[in-house]
Design a protein around this ligand. Structure first.
Ligand code: ADP
Ligand code: TRP
Length: 333
């Protein structure tokens, strides 16, 4: 039996942080390593153009995201790993799908809706500062998903609506032109809680509270010390299951270390010591990937080579299927 296609896109809008790793990169790499799926992982660099419009920054983010996945163990043979802009078939399908998407569906998409609401709250014109890319973002995402006949789309909670929109568009296309696209399912990993940031809120670029995955050792130590804790005295028992530090510790420590730390919480341990141990296990875990990341970042040609290789594989599939789609519509070969 053919393997199911698992596909996800990563927007290149910033330096990846520990929350991205635990919530998105790690589970995606686990799915790829399980060998049960055919994984397509790509850098959504057309999506990021809706917000990143500075050439230097744009390039740095694209390479940074690519280097992070590779440094953390993505195998370009096992997965098809590419840059969205290197697969022009995606854009072609995007136009086709635009013509099958009711405008009202885009009016209801939450990213656009919340941008409009914010404008209205600030007494601005409802569409002030909103480009058409932001508006039709979900159609491009549907195209990413449908072009590779994806079965499973691992995403964060905030992206569920976009996968549902892709299903709606696929259903409509299938109705008009006959069965063409399988309907994709989103996969939200509920086992990974939201990773808290330095201030205890969700770790996010928008809150400026992140631990960048590949910051230097010194910065990592400094940042772990800054994670907020309460003022429970060292000797008092603490609850590991409601502790940001413990949640992070669990992701990077061995099973035995986690067990030991749980006991330490119950018998009483100072936050300072927990932070020191957290730094140690994180640093141990990230040491090698950090080195590999640095090497890749100083050699963007190597990254390009890997991404081009992935794009070639992706285009091979895409070309074939796009032809079929166009034939159904009435374009002749
Ligand atoms: P940010 O909030 O920093 O802008 P993105 O929205 O670019 O991050 O998220 C990219 C991926 O990382 C998504 O799949 C998202 O669900 C995941 N992610 C981001 N922050 C966290 C977090 N704090 N905990 C768990 N997963 C996260
Ligand atoms: N919109 C997604 C995000 O902001 C990124 C993305 C683009 C994506 N295309 C995709 C995710 C296709 C899954 C499938 O995180």
């Amino acid at each position: 039996m053919e393997k199911k296609v698992v596909l996800t896109g990563i927007k290149s809008t910033g330096r990846p942080h520990v929350g991205n790793y635990i919530g998105a990169i790690k589970p995606a790499l686990q799915l790829a390593a399980s060998n049960e799926y055919s994984p397509y992982y790509f850098i959504a660099d057309y999506h990021s153009l809706t917000t990143v419009q500075n050439r230097e920054q744009f390039k740095e983010y694209v390479y940074g995201i690519a280097a992070s996945w590779l440094a953390l163990g993505l195998d370009p043979e096992q997965s098809t790993f590419y840059r969205q802009a290197d697969v022009p078939e995606i854009m072609e399908l995007s136009w086709i799908l635009s013509c099958l998407t009711p405008k009202g569906l885009m009016n209801r998409a939450h990213a656009y809706k919340s941008a409009v609401e914010q404008n209205l709250q600030n007494s601005l014109d409802q569409d002030a500062g909103i480009n058409i890319g932001v508006y039709s973002y979900p159609i491009l995402m549907a195209s990413d998903i449908l072009l590779f006949q994806s079965d499973i789309v691992p995403v964060g909670k905030d992206q569920i609506q976009h996968v549902e929109i892709a299903r709606d568009i696929a259903t409509h296309f299938n109705h008009v032109f006959g069965e063409t696209f399988p309907l994709p399912q989103y996969l939200v990993d509920t086992s990974t809680a939201v990773v808290p940031g330095l201030d205890g809120r969700k770790m996010s670029k928008s809150y400026n509270n992140t631990i960048p995955l590949f910051c230097g050792e010194k910065e990592l130590e400094k940042l772990t010390k800054r994670i907020v804790t309460d003022s429970t005295p060292p000797q008092e028992p603490k609850d590991p299951d409601h502790s940001s530090l413990f949640l992070l510790y669990q992701e990077f420590a061995s099973e035995d270390e986690v067990k030991q730390m749980r006991n330490n919480y119950h018998s009483g341990i100072g936050w300072g010591e927990v932070k020191r141990e957290l730094f140690q296990v994180m640093n141990r875990y990230l040491e090698q990937p950090r080195q590999r990341y640095k090497e890749l970042m100083s050699n963007p040609r190597e990254i390009d080579k890997i991404l081009h290789y992935g794009a070639e594989k992706a285009r091979h599939e895409a070309n074939h299927f796009l032809k079929k789609i166009k034939e159904k519509i009435g374009y002749s070969g």
